[in-house]
Design a protein around this ligand. Structure first.
Ligand SMILES: C[S@@+](CC[C@H](N)C(=O)[O-])C[C@H]1O[C@@H](n2cnc3c(N)ncnc32)[C@H](O)[C@@H]1O
Length: 270
């Protein structure tokens, strides 16, 4: 009888210890999750503060004639726009080409106006958004500095692969100082932004630069990795922590040689 009693106590003790260990693990899991959530909320909050600061800086530094359309969402984020504006005001590019029009078109055109030189050619595949951006350029008194080109997506072969990319025949045949890749949107095909590399990078001037938005998305990261392999004469710098959607900045690795920028950008070697 006494043996049965002892055995029952041992079993109960064992069950109680297992239950406590199980509960302890659950509590630890809840604490880990709470910690992760706090980290995410803190990061989002810091990002939101940064976006507000960048938007304020843009409005103050560029003193727009009228209020700006909303940033974020489909439009470029203020941190990306501030990066572009700082570059344009510092390096004063003459020929700027953008893939995907919108708020960025207004910011870039205003920077060119402040520089007193340069022109932006913005490729836009949707008539509705092309018209909207043209109206906004007009409203801001910037039509002289930026042109939105109607560029519907059309099937093309690039590096032996099939893509849908902008019809670019309206784009003047000029050497380009700055390229902004913010289109076509992801839903328009597989690796829809890939053709921007082979089509536009070989036209970069020696002081040329490329800014790629949304660089934190897996599809964009794959495209950037492929460009990196195919354009060894270009320097790719990706920043996924500081910028809301991730940014990749591209410069010509060595612009001091005598070869043409086109050869350098196309990776023809130095
Ligand atoms: C990432 S957006 C380009 C954003 C642009 N660079 C800007 O700063 O506003 C890429 C394309 O999405 C389309 N688009 C823009 N706004 C949109 C909206 N509200 N809804 C759906 N598509 C939109 C346009 O065709 C645009 O070229």
């Amino acid at each position: 009888m006494q043996t049965y009693f002892l055995a029952a106590i041992v079993v109960l003790l064992g069950l109680s210890i297992s239950l406590n260990l199980y509960l302890l693990r659950k509590v630890q899991w809840v604490f880990r999750m709470a910690d992760r959530l706090k980290h995410t909320v803190d990061r989002r909050f810091r990002q939101q503060m940064r976006q507000i600061q960048c938007l304020q800086a843009l409005q103050q530094d560029l003193s727009f004639a009228r209020s700006l359309p909303p940033a974020g969402g489909k439009a470029a984020s203020p941190d990306f726009l501030k990066l572009l504006a700082d570059h344009i005001l510092r390096e004063k590019p003459e020929v700027v080409v953008e893939c995907g029009s919108g708020l960025s078109t207004i910011v870039i055109s205003r920077c060119l106006q402040l520089n007193g030189k340069g022109h932006l050619f913005s490729l836009e595949h949707m008539e509705e958004f092309a018209e909207q951006t043209r109206k906004e350029l007009d409203r801001q008194g910037l039509s002289q500095w930026g042109s939105v080109l109607d560029a519907p997506l059309e099937p093309c072969q690039v590096d032996g692969r099939a893509f849908n990319w902008y019809r670019s025949h309206e784009l003047p045949d000029l050497v380009i100082d700055l390229v902004i890749v913010d289109g076509p949107p992801a839903r328009t095909g597989t690796s829809p932004r890939y053709p921007a590399g082979p089509v536009l990078f070989p036209r970069l001037s020696f002081r040329g630069a490329v800014f790629i938005d949304d660089a934190g998305r897996p599809e964009e990261l794959a495209v950037i990795a492929e460009w990196r392999r195919n354009f060894p004469s270009l320097n790719f710098r990706t920043d996924l922590d500081e910028f809301e959607k991730g940014v990749c900045t591209v410069r010509i690795a060595d612009s001091s040689g005598s070869q043409t920028a086109a050869r350098a950008a196309a990776g023809a070697g130095s």
